[in-house]
Ligand binder design. Structure first.
Ligand SMILES: CC(C)(COP(=O)(O)OP(=O)(O)OC[C@H]1O[C@@H](n2cnc3c(N)ncnc32)[C@H](O)[C@@H]1OP(=O)(O)O)[C@@H](O)C(=O)NCCC(=O)NCCS
Length: 153
């Protein structure tokens, strides 16, 4: 796997935060706020704008912890979904983590998020656990568990 091309993944900057928070609010019923993304940037996470042909098409935040990487959030704009971008950019995020010496990549996902689950399975992630009541309710029901997934790098 080649390392990300500079035009595909670019570091998220403070000037991107309004755009990212607005896109996040379009994609998630319980979105991260602008402040959450600002905190993620300040805390030294790997925060990225995902691009296609030099246009922003999404964003992702990865928390590096020793030899692990944790995908905290990833989003592809709705009109750009289903075109292979999530798969391609996730592969590039994995290559970046591997390149800095990470040996395991973790993430959490809602069991109801079929698109994300299918994407992660196809990228080689395996379910390794469950966090009870991790997510606020998506609809009218109670909180939703998280499936914890892991990829050996
Ligand atoms: C999850 C997400 C990042 C996937 O990005 P994407 O660019 O649409 O994904 P891709 O086009 O690369 O598709 C990759 C695989 O994901 C799965 N997938 C994508 N969209 C899907 C859908 N609507 N339904 C079911 N599976 C889907 C498929 O397995 C697909 O592989 P295939 O094309 O070979 O069948 C995107 O749907 C998204 O941003 N969703 C909203 C935010 C979100 O849920 N983020 C993840 C939080 S854990």
């Amino acid at each position: 796997m080649s390392v990300a091309r500079q035009t595909d993944l670019v570091p998220m900057l403070e000037g991107d935060l309004d755009w990212v928070a607005a896109r996040e609010a379009e994609l998630h019923p319980h979105p991260w706020t602008r402040g959450n993304f600002a905190d993620a940037l300040e805390s030294g996470n790997e925060a990225w704008i995902l691009r296609r042909d030099a246009r922003p098409v999404g964003y992702a935040v990865v928390l590096p912890v020793l030899d692990e990487a944790h995908l905290l959030t990833i989003g592809v704009l709705a009109p750009e979904q289903g075109k292979g971008l999530g798969r391609a950019r996730l592969a590039q995020l994995i290559a970046v983590a591997r390149g800095r010496g990470a040996t395991r990549f973790f993430l959490e996902v809602r069991p109801s998020n079929e698109a994300a689950l299918a994407l992660y399975h196809s990228a080689g992630f395996e379910a390794v656990g469950r966090r009870r009541g991790y997510y606020p309710a998506a609809g009218g029901s109670g909180p939703e568990d998280a499936i914890v997934m892991r990829l050996a790098l």
